[in-house]
Design a protein around this ligand. Sequence first.
Ligand SMILES: Nc1ncnc2c1ncn2[C@@H]1O[C@H](COP(=O)(O)OP(=O)(O)OP(=O)(O)O)[C@@H](O)[C@H]1O
Ligand SMILES: [Mg+2]
Length: 328
Amino acid sequence: MLVTGRNGAGKTNFLEALHLGTQGFSPRTRHDAHLVRQGAERSRVVLDGRRRDTPTMVEVTLGLHEPKRARLNGAAIRSAEHLRSELATLVFTPDRLAVVKGGPAVRRAYLDRSLGRLLPARAALPVEYGAALGQRNAALRRVAHGLSDLAPLAPWTERVAALGAALVAARRDTAALLAPAVRERAGELGLGELALGYDGVAPTAAELDARLDRDVDRGVTGLGPHLHEVSIRADGRDLRTLGSQGEQRLAVLSLLLAEAELLTARGHAPPLVLLDDALSELDEPRRRVLSERLGRTGQTVITATGAEAMPLAPAQLLVVTPGAVEAV
Ligand SMILES: Nc1ncnc2c1ncn2[C@@H]1O[C@H](COP(=O)(O)OP(=O)(O)OP(=O)(O)O)[C@@H](O)[C@H]1O
Ligand SMILES: [Mg+2]
């Protein structure tokens, strides 16, 4: 589905509503108040669709003075963010270029989000590791301030080591799962051999203990998966520093398309794919390849300022004007 409209017409807004309705949060902002129309008190998104053959209805409401709520087929969801364990939506916005261009933390967060979708049984690991790390760091600072001896630290060191090892294994599995499809999609988009590299090794409790003095001094754990690098290379070139704008965009799109394909191949319902402004900066042959691929990738909603940006006719064309979306 192609969504067109002039600058400021509301295309991103429309995509954001689809994301909020299926994932419980915006891909653009953490501040839910920004999702309420200025001057209004509340927002509501209601989506009616099908997952495979199952009719599915979601409703998300949020307000300036009320908590966010979500319902799936009439039943209340524990927290709106919990929707994402039920429905998969993959999104590209120009902000997502940070996965390639940004610092290591953005790439780790990306890999951990993919991990959550591709390996749902291990989805909690990044958060559990982060919580254990936070506890260990707090214990380190208590030692540094003379409020505690080293004894309370030991269980947290064990836990950080154990969860760290599990997280590293899950990240490696995720990268390995993605690798073949990423190579294929990138090859098709003329990006050469694209590789998502993760070769982190989790520290043992003994290795963490060996640098205890330094960690107490700094009040943080200086070793572990929270510091690991994830690389994105095309034919061996690090795209963070050496990729062109278009290549960085193609890399993010290849990762997204690969994941969509993999989710479907692993028995999940095909994810909803939202692509905001994905076609700009791409040359005509690449826009064509991408358009062809999108025709085979489950339901995709893509925005552009004009229909001519997409070389193939979309299954459905929507035109957005301020306050209205019209099918043409
Ligand atoms: N909470 C809000 N209340 C009122 N207006 C808002 C709110 N959030 C965004 N807007 C406005 O909605 C309009 C539509 O923005 P949107 O980003 O959807 O446009 P767009 O069609 O994607 O434009 P572009 O082609 O430039 O990307 C903008 O003028 C924006 O300032
Ligand atoms: Mg926009």
